[in-house]
Design a binder for this molecule. Structure first.
Ligand code: PEP
Length: 255
């Protein structure tokens, strides 16, 4: 299986932006611009925006995702949101292990794995983020780190469940900084992720997994990035908050 048969996924990650009213307006603006997409189009939005997003996206090709999910079914976890709660609202995807959650909210490789397992058990498609810091890159640990994070995130994930997993390679130094990885760096990082999956599940299974690049992807650089053999679309932060920019990236991934 080669890139040509892996469907690219362009997913927006809105982070902590947009009220429900702004959500409705932005999705209404995006809908006609991405209607002809030949890739999967996903918007991952803050929990409180999910109902407005699902409603606005109804009847369109935009799928809605959340930005996190808890690893327990329910219980005394103040401030957390379960997979069942998200599914009841119509959520299909969920971002797990974003570097901002790892940096600011104590997310670990273990909790990333638990959240991934719960999402898959419940039928949500996880977009699992992995990526090295600048220091780790400069020390020469990028491959080791990416393979470790990927394998940790997928611990106890079955080969069948793997088909619903998306991995996003997001170098931490490129997220929200305006510094994008070169297309070759993105391809190499995504290749390390795919190699780790191959080591755990075999080459054929690895060829079928969507591996996105994320980190300051924008309307100007998307074409070159998504052209790379190991880059199956992108996880888009800042540029997913502007309808024309997001649509241009979707167009690049649809070629
Ligand atoms: C992200 O939030 O996953 C991301 C890649 O952000 P940005 O595109 O703004 O760098």
């Amino acid at each position: 299986m080669k890139k040509s048969v892996r469907k690219a996924v362009i997913a927006g990650n809105w982070k902590m932006n947009n009220t429900p009213a702004q959500t409705t307006a932005l999705i209404n603006e995006m809908k006609p611009l991405v209607a002809d997409a030949d890739c999967e189009v996903v918007l991952c939005v803050p929990f409180v925006d999910v109902p407005a997003a699902v409603e606005a996206a109804k009847g369109s090709n935009i799928k809605i995702g959340a930005e996190n999910v808890h690893f327990k079914d329910n219980g005394a976890y103040t401030g957390e949101v379960s997979a069942d709660m998200l599914l009841a609202l119509g959520v299909e995807y969920v971002v797990i292990g974003h570097s901002e959650r790892r940096t600011y909210f104590g997310e670990t490789d273990q909790t990333v794995n638990l959240r991934t397992l719960k999402a898959l058990e419940k039928g949500l498609k996880p977009i699992v983020c992995v990526g090295e810091t600048l220091e780790q890159r400069e020390l020469g640990y990028t491959e080791t780190l990416l393979k470790f994070q990927t394998k940790m995130a997928l611990t106890n994930v079955t080969a069948d469940q793997l088909k619903n997993v998306i991995i996003a390679y997001e170098p931490v130094w490129a997220i929200g900084t305006g510094v994008t990885a070169t297309d070759d760096q993105a391809d190499e990082g995504n290749g390390f992720v795919r190699a780790a999956i191959a080591e755990a599940y075999g080459a054929e299974a690895a060829e079928g997994v969507t591996v996105q690049y994320g980190g300051s992807m924008n309307a100007k650089n998307a074409d070159e990035l998504v052209d790379k053999v190991n880059v199956d679309g992108g996880l888009i932060g800042g540029a997913s908050l502007k309808a024309p920019d997001f649509a241009t990236i979707v167009k690049a991934a649809s070629k």
